[in-house]
Design a protein around this ligand. Structure first.
Ligand code: FAD
Length: 494
């Protein structure tokens, strides 16, 4: 295939073969462009590496969801007994960590393989090399064996994503793992300290605890910063009830390896100045992620990045150098989510090569935190809505509810809760929907389309529910926070 513009080897070179980069490359090929994708994984400090496909497939959404599912199945085995299943010696039910990681890794390898075949079939040139700029149109790929390959491209997309941040404390890089390592860890994690209470930290602590590995979380500021804080509280309460320990306002100080092979972690409470310590088998750092722009030699291309976090500022995915673009986690101020990277990458390719003009809309992107009781949301949190519109201009509808399937095993329903944040003035346009409960991701996805279409409270409660589901609870919302009425559930079917 010859490039559209013969001045360069390629019409498009994509740096990074993850969610955003691959979506952009595939769409560019559909539009007739000649495309090369560079993808290279630098091993984690613990030596973990993986194949083509980026974070989501290898060390993110996919293995995380599979481990979450493994955790849910463990709980389901116990609940099955209440439903009449005869399970021999339910107390003996245990996870086999190596079987779990093997199953997860086999799935990942099959996805890596399918991705490679897909690129080959689509005639996208895949270069397994670390890319950096030589000049604004020239990329140097450093291959595994150290040799270098140069290529030129008319347009370049930076889609290099990010990697876990390691706090600057003794023992961090030597002894700790991150989400890059947990899904392929060769030994069972055992008693685990999770440093960080963002969504990755909470999800890991949640599934580890449910799989039978005692989990403790160090929370520096608040859990799930940036998310609705009432809902974050529901999640952490649920996790605490399930046995996860939380140390609030604590930062790690050091991690030291003992003769037994275990790790002594020390931390500091930043409010009381009290020190704490305990011995763990595993310390998992989940203290944020940084953008992988340092190794790109962006100076040679003249692309500006933010000095504080290395992120690229690109309002419409176009950087300050007009033929160089960026999508995905590398972008400043955008949700770090796979579907966001994919959608932005696809739209960008259509604009670059298909004459399209549609821009990515980063508003009302739904997401789910896959903690034991899941939390799905779309739109504004109550805090964000209050800040933007003022409390007097909002109406917040809320309810606790009882999932039907929780009754027989007598599961705790204390934290099954949902709310709709709406404008107070009729017809009460909905600004945000929040749901804590089973299958929250499935519940919130459909409502996300409705919010995108501007659904109002009137339309929501005039939607006939599907009974008995948990999603129907949104159509039953009728109690406002302002009314002070009890949001606890009255009865199931009225
Ligand atoms: P990536 O997918 O990270 O891809 C970038 C690729 O570029 C990588 O392969 C990288 O190695 C490569 N690369 C970097 N530098 C270079 C270079 N110089 N040359 C060549 N290649 C390079 N999102 C969700 O939507 N839902 C979830 O449930 C979810 N769960 C997650 C759980 C975890 C534990 C983590 C860590 C992330 C999760 N995410 C989730 C986020 C999601 O994985 C990212 O938003 C998404 O992968 C970003 O895509 P990207 O294309 O920007 O980057």
């Amino acid at each position: 295939m010859a490039p559209i513009d013969g001045t360069y080897d390629y019409d498009l070179a994509v740096l990074g073969g993850g969610s955003g980069g691959l979506a952009c490359a595939k769409e560019a090929i559909n539009q007739g462009a000649k495309v090369a994708v560079l993808d290279f994984v630098t091993p984690s400090p613990q030596g973990t590496k993986w194949g083509l496909g980026g974070t989501c497939v290898n060390v993110g959404c996919i293995p995380k969801k599979l481990m979450h599912q493994a955790a849910l199945l463990g709980e389901a085995i116990h609940e099955a007994v209440a439903y009449g299943w005869q399970v021999p010696s339910v107390d003996q039910v245990k996870i086999n960590w190596s079987s779990l990681t093997e199953a997860v890794q086999n799935h990942i390898k099959s996805v890596n393989w399918v991705t490679r075949v897909d690129l080959r079939e689509k005639k996208i040139e895949y270069i397994n090399g670390l890319g950096s700029f030589k000049d604004p149109h020239t990329i140097i790929a450093t291959l595994k064996n150290g040799s270098q390959k140069e290529l030129t491209a008319k347009n370049i997309v930076i889609a290099v994503g990010g990697r876990p941040h390691y706090p600057d404390i003794p023992g961090a890089k030597e002894y700790c793992i991150s989400s890059d390592d947990i899904f392929s860890l060769s030994n069972p994690p055992g008693k685990t300290l999770v440093v960080g209470a963002g969504y990755i930290g909470l999800e890991c602590a949640g599934f580890l605890n449910s799989l039978g590995y005692s989990s403790t979380v160090l929370v520096r500021s608040v859990p799930l910063r940036g998310f609705d804080q009432q809902m974050a509280g529901m999640i952490t309460s649920e996790m605490e009830e399930k046995g996860v320990k939380f140390h609030h306002r604590c930062i790690p100080v050091s991690v030291e390896k003992l003769e037994t092979g275990q790790l002594r972690a020390r931390w500091l409470n930043t409010e009381t100045k009290e020190q704490g310590e305990d011995i763990f088998d595993t310390v998992l750092l989940a203290t944020g992620r940084y953008a992988l722009t340092e190794q790109l030699n962006l100076k040679a291309a003249g692309v500006n990045v933010l000095s504080e976090n290395g992120k690229v500022v690109a309002e419409t995915e176009q950087t300050n150098v007009p033929h160089i673009y960026a999508v995905g986690d590398v972008l400043e101020g955008r949700p770090e989510l796979t579907p966001v990277a994919i959608h932005a990458g696809r739209l960008l390719a259509r604009r670059m090569f298909g004459g399209a003009s549609q821009l990515m809309d980063y508003d009302n992107v739904a997401t789910t935190v896959f903690t034991p009781l899941e939390y799905g949301c779309v739109g504004l949190s109550e805090e964000q809505a209050t800040q933007r519109y003022g409390a007097d201009n909002l109406e917040v509808y809320h309810a606790f509810y009882k999932p039907t399937e929780f009754f027989i095993p007598q599961r705790n329903i204390r934290n099954c809760y949902l709310k709709a944040v709406a404008l107070r003035e009729a017809p009460q346009k909905i600004l945000g929907l929040h749901f804590v409960g089973p299958v929250a991701g499935e519940v919130i996805q459909g409502f996300a389309a409705a919010v995108k279409c501007g659904i109002t409270m009137e339309q929501l409660v005039n939607t006939v529910g599907i009974h008995p589901t948990v999603a129907e609870e949104f159509t039953r919302l009728n109690i406002t926070k302002r009314s002070g009425k009890d949001p606890n559930p009255a009865s199931c079917c009225s």
